[in-house]
Design a protein around this ligand. Structure first.
Ligand SMILES: CC(C)(COP(=O)(O)OP(=O)(O)OC[C@H]1O[C@@H](n2cnc3c(N)ncnc32)[C@H](O)[C@@H]1OP(=O)(O)O)[C@@H](O)C(=O)NCCC(=O)NCCS
Length: 176
């Protein structure tokens, strides 16, 4: 249903579109829309994706449908640099942080998320990494269930700030 490949520089525009569509799905209902919009504007716009795509510590994997549209993406960041407060929680090194992991809602429940995670895990282990780690909102029950089902273990919590509003994330690690 999806083919997975590394994103190219000319993917920045469609990545920003799917990122803006899907980021709100991971946010708690009580988070003000202005905070969500500020995060999208500051971290998920075209300029941000151009930066990620030209930074050797960042990797973007995308899931492309049969007509070539990007329907899913994962943004990976080497080590724990995406949030050093989490470094003590990540046990297996070297590690890769999964900063973003998002699919078009039409694909939720289809198995595509498991395929994207397989692609992420293969990319990480092929490049010599021993684990993946990430944070997801404590109230994101669907994501938490998905990650636990696919080999992640909860290691603790962190504060994750969205548009100036602090949120509590669960931190999970998946040994590879
Ligand atoms: C999180 C995400 C990647 C998971 O992919 P998915 O295709 O939805 O996952 P699956 O359907 O395979 O697994 C989710 C599980 O949660 C269950 N579930 C669905 N809605 C739920 C809910 N509201 N509460 C609790 N569990 C729920 C599903 O039934 C499924 O369990 P099962 O396999 O035992 O039936 C996808 O939903 C997504 O992109 N969400 C929006 C973005 C997001 O939250 N990303 C993670 C940010 S870190």
């Amino acid at each position: 249903m999806l083919d997975f490949r590394y994103a190219r520089p000319d993917d920045a525009d469609p990545l920003a579109v799917i990122a803006a569509q899907t980021f709100p799905l991971a946010c708690p209902e009580e988070l003000p829309r202005e905070a969500v919009d500020a995060f999208i504007r500051d971290h998920l716009d075209v300029a941000s994706f151009r930066r990620y795509l030209s930074d050797s510590t960042h990797t973007v994997l995308c899931g492309v449908d049969p007509v070539g549209a990007i329907r899913a993406y994962a943004l990976l960041v080497e080590g724990t640099t995406m949030d050093e407060q989490c470094a003590p929680l990540v046990l297996k090194r070297p590690t890769v942080g999964v900063s973003k992991f998002y699919l078009d809602p039409e694909l939720h429940g289809s198995g595509a998320a498991a395929s994207l995670l397989d692609a992420v895990a293969t990319a990480a282990s092929d490049s010599g990494h021993g684990s993946l780690w990430l944070g997801t909102n404590v109230g994101n029950a669907r994501a938490r269930k998905f990650y636990l089902k696919h080999g992640f273990v909860e290691r603790g919590t962190r504060v994750f700030t969205v548009g100036g509003v602090d949120n509590t994330d669960v931190v999970l690690e998946k040994p590879l």
